[in-house]
Design a protein around this ligand. Structure first.
Ligand SMILES: [Ca+2]
Ligand SMILES: [Ca+2]
Ligand SMILES: [Ca+2]
Ligand SMILES: [Ca+2]
Length: 411
C-alpha cells in the first residue's frame, strides 16, 4: 500500500474538508459576472390564515412555517405579534418575544397562537405575526396575517310589535342612529326624490307607476316610526308614494346595519330598503354598486330578498331570500333586517339569520362595495318585478321603519 505522509488525523481532516466542499458546492450559486459565489440560505415561508373564533375554549391558530429544503440544522425563529383590528388580550394572546424551532431534518414547524373566545357579534378581525429573520435562513415575508372569523349567533328579543335588535354591541360604535323619534323627518340626513322619474328615468327605470311626493300623506313620522304610505289617488289610476335618500348627507363605508321595519303587502307593491354607491354621479349604475338590504314584492309578503348589483362589463346581480314560516308575512309584525358589511364581504340577515353572503372573489369585474354608500327608502307601485296592482290590492299600504342603526368596529 502506498505510504502516506499524512497521519490518520490529517487524513480525516482532509476528508471532512472535502465533504464540506461538496456540501457547500451543492448549494453554491456561481455568478457569471464576478466569479464570486454566494451561499443561498434556505427560505422559510408561511401563508396568511383564517381561523374561526371559539365560544368557550381557546382555539389555537397554527401558522405553518415551511422551509424550501429540509433544515440542515436547528433553526430558531423569533416572532412577535402586532394588533390590527384584533387586540391582544381580548381577541387573541399576543407575544413580544415568541420563538419556535424548526428542527434539523424537518421541513416545517407550526407556530401556535391562542385565539380567545367570546359571545359577541363582531366583524372579522385581524392581527399579524411578525417573523424575525434567523441567522441561518431567510424569510419569504416578514408579516403573516391572521384573520379571526366571528362565529357567534344572536337570538333577537321581541316585544308586542315584533323582534328588535340591541341598541349597542360590545366593542362596536354607533356611527349613525336614525331612530325616527323626533317631531319630523331630519332634513339634514334625508332628501326626497320626487315625481315619476321623467324625463331622465321615466318609471324610475322599472316601469313603476307611482309619483313620489314629500307630502305628509305619503311620508311622516308617527309614534317613533317613519311611515311611508303608498296611496291610490281618488278618481284616478294614479298612485303616490315616497322615496327618500341620504345621498351627500349620511354615507357609510362598511358597518353592521340593523333596520327594524314592518312592510306593506299586496299585488304590485314593492317596498325597498337599499343603498347605492355614493360615486353613482361619476361612474353611473351599476358600476357604483347597489346593496339591497330588503326588497319585497307584495304578492309574496313573507319573503324578503337581499341582493347585490354590480358591473362585470354589463349588469349582474347576486342575492338570495329569507322566508317566514308558512302563513306569516312581514306585515304582521316588525322584523330586523341587517347586513354585516366588511371589506370584500357582505352578509345579509333577517332577525340575525344569515341567508346570503357575497365575497369579493365571487364578483367578477370590479368589486364596487369597498366604497361609501347612501341609503334609500321607498315603496314603489307596479313595475317590471312585482307587476302592477290589480283588484286584490288594498290601499293605502305602509312601510314603517322604527330605526336604522349603523355600527362600526372600535379603533
Ligand atoms: Ca364566539
Ligand atoms: Ca373577538
Ligand atoms: Ca365573537
Ligand atoms: Ca323609532
Amino acid at each position: 500500500m502506498y505510504t502516506s505522509r499524512w497521519t490518520k488525523t490529517q487524513a480525516d481532516k482532509i476528508m471532512k474538508y472535502f465533504l464540506a466542499i461538496v456540501i457547500v458546492a451543492g448549494q453554491t450559486v456561481f455568478c457569471g459576472c464576478s466569479g464570486d459565489s454566494t451561499i443561498v440560505k434556505p427560505e422559510i415561508s408561511a401563508s396568511s390564515l383564517r381561523v374561526a373564533e371559539g365560544n368557550s375554549t381557546e382555539i389555537i391558530a397554527e401558522v405553518k412555517l415551511s422551509i424550501n429544503e429540509p433544515a440542515r440544522e436547528d433553526i430558531v425563529i423569533s416572532f412577535s405579534t402586532e394588533d390590527r383590528t384584533a387586540k391582544s388580550g381580548k381577541d387573541y394572546t399576543g407575544t413580544d418575544a415568541g420563538s419556535v424551532t424548526l428542527s434539523a431534518g424537518s421541513s416545517s414547524v407550526n407556530l401556535a397562537i391562542p385565539i380567545l373566545p367570546d359571545d359577541n357579534l363582531e366583524f372579522t378581525e385581524e392581527f399579524v405575526v411578525r417573523l424575525k429573520e434567523p441567522e441561518n435562513a431567510s424569510l419569504s415575508s416578514e408579516y403573516i396575517t391572521i384573520r379571526i372569523q366571528d362565529n357567534d349567533q344572536f337570538v333577537p328579543e321581541s316585544d308586542a310589535e315584533g323582534t328588535f335588535s340591541p341598541a349597542s354591541y360590545p366593542d362596536l360604535i354607533l356611527v349613525w342612529g336614525e331612530e325616527f323619534n323626533g317631531p319630523g323627518i331630519d332634513t339634514e340626513a334625508w332628501t326626497f326624490e320626487l315625481g315619476d322619474g321623467c324625463p331622465d328615468l321615466c318609471g324610475w327605470g322599472n316601469n313603476e307607476l307611482q309619483d313620489y311626493t314629500a307630502e305628509e300623506e305619503n311620508v311622516r313620522i308617527s309614534n317613533g316610526k317613519l311611515v311611508i304610505t303608498a296611496l291610490k289617488e281618488d278618481n284616478s289610476q294614479n298612485y303616490t308614494s315616497a322615496r327618500m335618500i341620504t345621498r351627500g348627507n349620511r354615507e357609510f363605508q362598511y358597518g353592521r346595519i340593523d333596520i327594524r321595519a314592518r312592510l306593506p303587502y299586496g299585488q304590485g307593491i314593492w317596498p325597498a330598503i337599499w343603498m347605492l354607491g355614493a360615486n353613482i354621479g361619476q361612474v353611473g349604475w351599476p358600476r357604483c354598486g347597489e346593496i339591497d338590504i330588503m326588497e319585497l314584492v307584495g304578492h309574496l309578503p313573507g319573503v324578503s330578498h337581499g341582493t347585490a348589483h354590480f358591473d362585470v362589463g354589463g349588469w349582474q346581480s347576486k342575492g338570495s331570500s329569507y322566508s317566514l314560516s308558512a302563513g306569516q308575512t312581514f306585515t304582521d309584525e316588525f322584523h330586523v333586517f341587517s347586513i354585516l358589511w366588511e371589506k370584500d364581504n357582505i352578509k345579509w340577515y333577517v332577525d340575525y339569520q344569515k341567508f346570503f353572503e357575497l365575497s369579493g372573489e365571487t364578483v367578477g369585474g370590479t368589486y364596487p362595495f369597498n366604497n361609501p354608500f347612501f341609503f334609500i327608502l321607498n315603496i314603489a307601485v307596479g313595475g317590471n318585478w312585482p307587476g302592477n296592482p290589480d283588484g286584490t290590492t288594498v290601499f293605502p299600504q305602509v312601510m314603517e321603519i322604527d330605526y336604522i342603526r349603523v355600527f362600526q368596529p372600535q379603533g
